[in-house]
Ligand binder design. Structure first.
Ligand SMILES: [Zn+2]
Length: 399
């Protein structure tokens, strides 16, 4: 059965292979059934990286999530067992945090009755071997043929037999040691190269993007570079460390709603490439700073714009069908799809008064920018309650 399964950064797999022999030797010395190790193919994963950060209060150790290639390391074998008894967990009442009291033996988690995962079904410090309750710090949770027993540390040798209990404890201890070795390797050491990408929780990112856009407006990367200001994505990264203090339940609720909307928009039949990319990124728990964070900020902006009813009601048809049109329009949205004749793009513009214009073409226009447009009014259309003036045969110059 599977005892341990852990994702290890691909860069540390060398250390794992180096240690394999000594681990197998140790298991053999302890008289355990042979353990087998399997190392999976590299795949994109996220890991913890501990870094020292300069703060106003001096250096602080921070844990960040980073994205890089990882391999799944699996350890399979028989769990240590003596006379049918298996050690499921140690209980440590010295732990102030309830959820940390149970030290589960690798591979035993599913055998532990749920009641033990909270306060436990028995009085604190009760030993089922000697049937007494007293202030015991350490107890063991043992299992045989579906029966679970809680036994005091001092009684365990009496309960299973002295030599046997020692063997059981040593074998279980070895599994714990193996687990902690892999746990150490799970972290990426500081300064091990720039190939790692910082990751943030998708939910926090969406909530902070919403907060930032509603407070400061949306700033694309291109506009930030041009204006030498801060893009929405940069703002999100800047406030991210304090996410825990800024984000309340109401904000997270908004984030969940936006995530649902992004998913739905990406699955729609006429979904733009952008909508599909955004939906892809919200499918994960975490998003990379370089790949995805900007997309998510843009998607939040799209959501906010769609929500703004003002914008919807303001739009009126402009000019007469067949007339010439010329004016300065801001490019709001772009959808692109493939046709037999190459890519077709649909641009949605707005003028100063919030009137909506659309233009379908194969020409490429940079997004989030204003253009001087001259062309012809093809028709007056309505899409989702928004009056659109459809343009054709246009010339567009950035302004
Ligand atoms: Zn006892």
């Amino acid at each position: 059965m599977e005892l341990i399964s852990k994702m290890i950064p691909a860069s540390r797999i060398g250390e794992v292979t180096k240690k394999l022999k000594s681990w197998q030797l140790r298991a053999k010395k302890l008289g355990m059934e042979a353990l087998s190790f399997k190392i999976g193919p590299p795949q994109p994963s996220t890991f913890r990286m501990l870094t020292y950060v300069e703060t106003a209060h001096g250096q602080e150790l921070r844990s960040t999530r980073v994205k890089t290639m990882g391999c799944l390391v699996e350890v399979t074998g028989e769990p240590p067992c003596i006379y049918g008894w298996q050690l499921l967990a140690k209980i440590d009442h010295g732990e102030p945090i309830l959820s940390s009291r149970l030290k589960v033996t690798p591979g035993s988690f599913n055998l532990i009755p749920p009641a033990y995962k909270t306060t436990g079904p028995l009085p604190e410090g009760y030993c089922e071997h000697c049937h007494t309750k007293r202030a015991r710090r350490h107890l063991y949770l043992l299992h045989r043929e579906g029966k679970v027993m809680q036994v005091g540390k001092g009684c365990v040798k009496d309960f299973i037999g002295h030599g046997s209990a020692e063997t059981l404890l040593r074998r279980t201890g070895f599994l714990e040691y193996l687990y902690s070795c892999l746990e150490t390797l799970e972290e990426i050491p500081e300064g091990s190269g720039p190939q790692y990408e910082h990751c943030f929780s998708v939910r926090d990112t969406i909530a902070l993007a919403w907060l930032s856009i509603t407070n400061h407006g949306y700033v694309s990367k291109a506009r930030a570079e041009e204006e030498r200001s801060m893009s929405t994505a940069q703002r999100v990264v800047q406030i991210m460390p304090s996410a825990g203090t800024v984000l309340n339940d109401a904000l997270l609720e908004i984030a969940d709603k936006i995530i649902e909307e992004i998913k739905a928009a990406g699955e729609a039949q006429n979904a733009s490439e952008f909508a599909q990319r955004a939906a892809y990124h919200v499918g994960f728990e975490e998003v990379g700073q370089e790949h995805g964070l900007g997309v998510l900020c843009g998607a939040v902006q799209g959501y906010i714009r769609a929500q703004s009813q003002e914008h919807v009601n303001q739009s009126q048809w402009q000019g007469k069908v067949g007339d010439k049109f010329s004016g300065e329009l801001k490019l709001e949205r772009t959808s692109c799809w493939e046709t037999a004749f190459g890519p077709k793009r649909l641009y949605v513009f707005s003028d100063e008064s919030g009137n909506c214009f659309v233009w379908g073409t194969s020409k490429y226009l940079e997004g989030d920018q204003s253009y001087r447009i001259s062309g012809k009014i093809k028709e007056h259309d309505e899409y989702r309650g928004v009056k659109q003036t459809v343009l054709t045969r246009c010339k567009a110059e950035p302004c």
